[in-house]
Design a protein around this ligand. Structure first.
Ligand code: G3P
Ligand code: CA
Length: 242
Protein backbone atom coordinates (compact mmCIF):
# COMPACT_ATOMS: atom_id res chain seq x y z
CA UNK A 1 0.00 0.00 0.00
CA UNK A 2 1.31 3.45 -0.90
CA UNK A 3 -0.08 6.54 0.68
CA UNK A 4 -3.27 5.82 2.62
CA UNK A 5 -6.30 8.02 2.20
CA UNK A 6 -8.10 8.97 5.41
CA UNK A 7 -11.42 10.75 5.05
CA UNK A 8 -11.08 13.84 7.23
CA UNK A 9 -14.07 13.97 9.62
CA UNK A 10 -15.66 11.57 7.10
CA UNK A 11 -16.20 12.66 3.50
CA UNK A 12 -16.68 16.14 4.90
CA UNK A 13 -16.75 18.05 1.64
CA UNK A 14 -20.00 16.29 0.72
CA UNK A 15 -21.74 15.60 4.04
CA UNK A 16 -21.71 17.25 7.47
CA UNK A 17 -18.41 16.52 9.21
CA UNK A 18 -18.27 13.94 11.98
CA UNK A 19 -21.73 12.51 11.32
CA UNK A 20 -22.64 8.95 10.39
CA UNK A 21 -23.69 10.32 6.98
CA UNK A 22 -20.14 11.57 6.34
CA UNK A 23 -18.64 8.28 7.57
CA UNK A 24 -21.00 6.21 5.39
CA UNK A 25 -20.06 8.29 2.38
CA UNK A 26 -16.34 7.87 3.05
CA UNK A 27 -16.90 4.12 3.16
CA UNK A 28 -18.81 4.19 -0.14
CA UNK A 29 -16.01 6.26 -1.68
CA UNK A 30 -13.60 3.53 -0.61
CA UNK A 31 -11.40 5.62 1.62
CA UNK A 32 -8.73 3.55 3.35
CA UNK A 33 -9.55 5.07 6.70
CA UNK A 34 -11.61 7.59 8.60
CA UNK A 35 -10.35 10.41 10.80
CA UNK A 36 -12.61 11.77 13.53
CA UNK A 37 -12.42 13.99 16.62
CA UNK A 38 -13.42 12.96 20.13
CA UNK A 39 -14.45 15.02 23.16
CA UNK A 40 -16.24 14.23 26.42
CA UNK A 41 -19.73 15.24 27.49
CA UNK A 42 -20.47 16.46 31.03
CA UNK A 43 -21.27 12.84 31.97
CA UNK A 44 -18.05 11.54 30.38
CA UNK A 45 -19.50 10.02 27.22
CA UNK A 46 -17.01 10.22 24.33
CA UNK A 47 -18.68 11.87 21.34
CA UNK A 48 -17.48 12.86 17.89
CA UNK A 49 -17.33 16.59 17.29
CA UNK A 50 -14.51 18.88 16.22
CA UNK A 51 -15.09 22.21 17.95
CA UNK A 52 -15.28 22.68 21.71
CA UNK A 53 -18.23 24.98 20.98
CA UNK A 54 -21.47 23.59 19.63
CA UNK A 55 -22.54 26.53 17.49
CA UNK A 56 -20.73 25.92 14.17
CA UNK A 57 -21.91 22.38 13.50
CA UNK A 58 -25.10 22.03 15.55
CA UNK A 59 -28.13 24.07 16.57
CA UNK A 60 -26.81 24.21 20.14
CA UNK A 61 -24.87 26.92 21.95
CA UNK A 62 -22.13 26.81 24.57
CA UNK A 63 -19.52 24.15 25.19
CA UNK A 64 -19.73 20.40 24.59
CA UNK A 65 -18.35 19.73 28.08
CA UNK A 66 -21.26 21.51 29.78
CA UNK A 67 -23.99 19.19 28.51
CA UNK A 68 -24.89 15.58 29.20
CA UNK A 69 -25.10 13.16 26.29
CA UNK A 70 -28.85 12.97 26.85
CA UNK A 71 -29.01 16.72 26.15
CA UNK A 72 -26.58 16.70 23.22
CA UNK A 73 -28.30 13.89 21.35
CA UNK A 74 -31.31 16.16 20.87
CA UNK A 75 -29.24 18.57 18.75
CA UNK A 76 -29.25 18.61 14.97
CA UNK A 77 -25.73 18.12 13.59
CA UNK A 78 -26.61 18.10 9.89
CA UNK A 79 -28.91 20.97 9.09
CA UNK A 80 -26.11 23.60 9.09
CA UNK A 81 -24.68 21.74 6.08
CA UNK A 82 -27.94 21.37 4.17
CA UNK A 83 -31.65 20.67 4.77
CA UNK A 84 -31.26 17.19 3.35
CA UNK A 85 -29.01 16.32 6.30
CA UNK A 86 -31.27 17.52 9.08
CA UNK A 87 -31.85 14.80 11.64
CA UNK A 88 -28.17 13.80 11.81
CA UNK A 89 -27.07 13.72 15.43
CA UNK A 90 -23.66 13.91 17.09
CA UNK A 91 -22.41 10.30 17.06
CA UNK A 92 -20.96 8.68 20.15
CA UNK A 93 -17.55 7.06 19.81
CA UNK A 94 -19.19 3.75 20.65
CA UNK A 95 -21.72 4.07 17.82
CA UNK A 96 -18.89 4.77 15.40
CA UNK A 97 -16.77 1.86 16.62
CA UNK A 98 -19.70 -0.56 16.36
CA UNK A 99 -20.22 0.64 12.76
CA UNK A 100 -16.56 0.53 11.69
CA UNK A 101 -15.63 -2.67 13.50
CA UNK A 102 -15.99 -5.17 10.66
CA UNK A 103 -15.45 -2.77 7.77
CA UNK A 104 -12.19 -2.68 5.81
CA UNK A 105 -11.42 0.77 7.16
CA UNK A 106 -8.58 2.08 9.29
CA UNK A 107 -9.38 4.51 12.05
CA UNK A 108 -7.73 7.69 13.29
CA UNK A 109 -9.20 9.07 16.47
CA UNK A 110 -7.99 12.52 17.30
CA UNK A 111 -8.27 13.34 20.98
CA UNK A 112 -9.43 16.95 21.08
CA UNK A 113 -7.64 17.78 24.28
CA UNK A 114 -5.32 20.62 23.38
CA UNK A 115 -7.69 23.40 24.49
CA UNK A 116 -9.63 21.50 27.16
CA UNK A 117 -7.59 18.71 28.69
CA UNK A 118 -10.48 16.31 29.41
CA UNK A 119 -9.76 14.17 32.46
CA UNK A 120 -9.32 10.47 31.60
CA UNK A 121 -10.05 10.99 27.90
CA UNK A 122 -7.09 8.79 26.98
CA UNK A 123 -8.25 5.93 29.17
CA UNK A 124 -11.91 6.17 28.13
CA UNK A 125 -11.04 6.04 24.42
CA UNK A 126 -8.38 3.36 24.85
CA UNK A 127 -10.67 1.16 26.92
CA UNK A 128 -13.45 1.36 24.35
CA UNK A 129 -11.10 0.56 21.46
CA UNK A 130 -9.85 -2.42 23.40
CA UNK A 131 -13.38 -3.64 24.11
CA UNK A 132 -14.20 -3.41 20.39
CA UNK A 133 -10.88 -5.09 19.48
CA UNK A 134 -9.96 -2.16 17.28
CA UNK A 135 -6.56 -1.24 18.65
CA UNK A 136 -4.76 -2.88 15.71
CA UNK A 137 -6.31 -0.74 13.02
CA UNK A 138 -6.40 2.51 14.95
CA UNK A 139 -3.99 5.39 15.32
CA UNK A 140 -4.64 7.78 18.20
CA UNK A 141 -3.54 11.36 17.65
CA UNK A 142 -3.38 14.58 19.64
CA UNK A 143 -1.87 18.05 19.53
CA UNK A 144 -1.23 17.74 23.28
CA UNK A 145 2.30 16.40 24.03
CA UNK A 146 1.28 15.42 27.58
CA UNK A 147 -1.47 13.30 26.14
CA UNK A 148 1.02 11.44 23.89
CA UNK A 149 2.85 10.53 27.08
CA UNK A 150 -0.30 9.40 28.82
CA UNK A 151 -1.34 7.23 25.88
CA UNK A 152 2.09 5.66 25.73
CA UNK A 153 1.82 4.82 29.42
CA UNK A 154 -1.49 3.06 28.84
CA UNK A 155 -0.09 0.76 26.20
CA UNK A 156 3.33 1.02 24.63
CA UNK A 157 2.29 -0.93 21.53
CA UNK A 158 -0.55 1.22 20.22
CA UNK A 159 0.12 3.65 17.40
CA UNK A 160 0.24 7.22 18.67
CA UNK A 161 0.67 10.30 16.51
CA UNK A 162 1.71 13.77 17.56
CA UNK A 163 -0.20 16.39 15.61
CA UNK A 164 1.51 19.62 14.78
CA UNK A 165 1.08 22.74 12.69
CA UNK A 166 4.25 24.47 13.93
CA UNK A 167 7.70 24.49 12.39
CA UNK A 168 10.28 22.89 14.65
CA UNK A 169 13.73 21.76 13.56
CA UNK A 170 13.70 18.98 16.14
CA UNK A 171 10.19 17.78 15.46
CA UNK A 172 11.04 14.15 14.74
CA UNK A 173 13.35 13.78 17.72
CA UNK A 174 11.02 15.46 20.17
CA UNK A 175 8.02 13.44 18.97
CA UNK A 176 10.07 10.27 19.37
CA UNK A 177 11.05 11.23 22.90
CA UNK A 178 7.41 11.73 23.81
CA UNK A 179 6.68 8.20 22.67
CA UNK A 180 4.96 8.95 19.36
CA UNK A 181 5.20 6.48 16.46
CA UNK A 182 3.87 8.91 13.89
CA UNK A 183 3.72 12.57 13.00
CA UNK A 184 0.53 14.11 11.68
CA UNK A 185 1.65 17.41 10.18
CA UNK A 186 0.00 20.35 8.53
CA UNK A 187 0.55 20.28 4.79
CA UNK A 188 2.76 23.38 4.76
CA UNK A 189 5.31 21.52 6.93
CA UNK A 190 5.68 18.74 4.37
CA UNK A 191 9.21 18.54 2.93
CA UNK A 192 11.37 15.72 1.63
CA UNK A 193 13.59 16.33 4.67
CA UNK A 194 10.88 15.60 7.20
CA UNK A 195 10.00 12.41 5.31
CA UNK A 196 13.66 11.32 5.30
CA UNK A 197 14.18 12.11 8.98
CA UNK A 198 11.01 10.31 9.96
CA UNK A 199 11.94 7.21 7.96
CA UNK A 200 15.32 7.13 9.71
CA UNK A 201 13.54 7.35 13.07
CA UNK A 202 11.03 4.68 12.00
CA UNK A 203 8.13 7.08 12.28
CA UNK A 204 5.18 7.44 9.94
CA UNK A 205 4.18 10.77 8.45
CA UNK A 206 0.63 11.70 7.55
CA UNK A 207 -0.45 15.10 6.29
CA UNK A 208 -3.56 17.24 6.85
CA UNK A 209 -5.71 18.61 5.29
CA UNK A 210 -4.96 17.86 1.68
CA UNK A 211 -7.81 18.78 -0.65
CA UNK A 212 -6.31 20.23 -3.84
CA UNK A 213 -4.83 18.17 -6.68
CA UNK A 214 -1.29 19.68 -6.40
CA UNK A 215 -1.17 19.03 -2.64
CA UNK A 216 -2.47 15.48 -3.07
CA UNK A 217 0.12 14.82 -5.82
CA UNK A 218 2.93 16.23 -3.71
CA UNK A 219 1.97 14.09 -0.72
CA UNK A 220 1.99 10.97 -2.95
CA UNK A 221 5.25 12.01 -4.65
CA UNK A 222 7.08 12.48 -1.37
CA UNK A 223 5.88 9.12 -0.09
CA UNK A 224 3.80 10.19 2.91
CA UNK A 225 2.25 7.28 4.76
CA UNK A 226 -1.15 8.92 4.71
CA UNK A 227 -3.19 11.98 3.90
CA UNK A 228 -6.28 13.42 5.54
CA UNK A 229 -8.67 14.75 2.97
CA UNK A 230 -12.25 16.01 2.77
CA UNK A 231 -12.40 14.56 -0.78
CA UNK A 232 -11.44 10.87 -0.59
CA UNK A 233 -13.03 10.25 -4.00
CA UNK A 234 -10.69 12.72 -5.73
CA UNK A 235 -7.68 11.43 -3.81
CA UNK A 236 -8.48 7.87 -4.93
CA UNK A 237 -8.71 8.93 -8.57
CA UNK A 238 -5.36 10.70 -8.32
CA UNK A 239 -3.75 7.71 -6.62
CA UNK A 240 -4.99 5.40 -9.37
CA UNK A 241 -3.38 7.60 -12.00
CA UNK A 242 -0.25 8.35 -10.02
O1 G3P B 1 -6.02 14.91 12.29
C1 G3P B 1 -5.73 15.80 11.27
C2 G3P B 1 -6.53 17.07 11.39
O2 G3P B 1 -7.87 16.71 11.57
C3 G3P B 1 -6.09 17.96 12.53
O3 G3P B 1 -6.71 19.21 12.52
O4 G3P B 1 -8.39 20.89 13.13
O5 G3P B 1 -8.90 19.28 11.33
O6 G3P B 1 -8.81 18.51 13.69
P1 G3P B 1 -8.27 19.47 12.67
CA1 CA C 1 -9.15 16.23 13.48
Amino acid sequence: MGTEIYAHRGASKYAPENTMAAFELAYKMQADGIETDVQLTKDNIPILIHDEKLSRTTNGIGLVKDYTYHELKELDAGNWFGNNYSGQIIPTLEEFLAWVRYKPLKVNIELKNNKIDYKNLEFIVYDMLKAYKLLDKTVLSTFNPLSVNRLKALNQYIEIALLTSRKNKNLVTSARHLGANALHIKYRLLTSRIIEESKMANMKVRVYTVNTSPSIYKSFDLGCNGIFTDVPDIARTIRREH
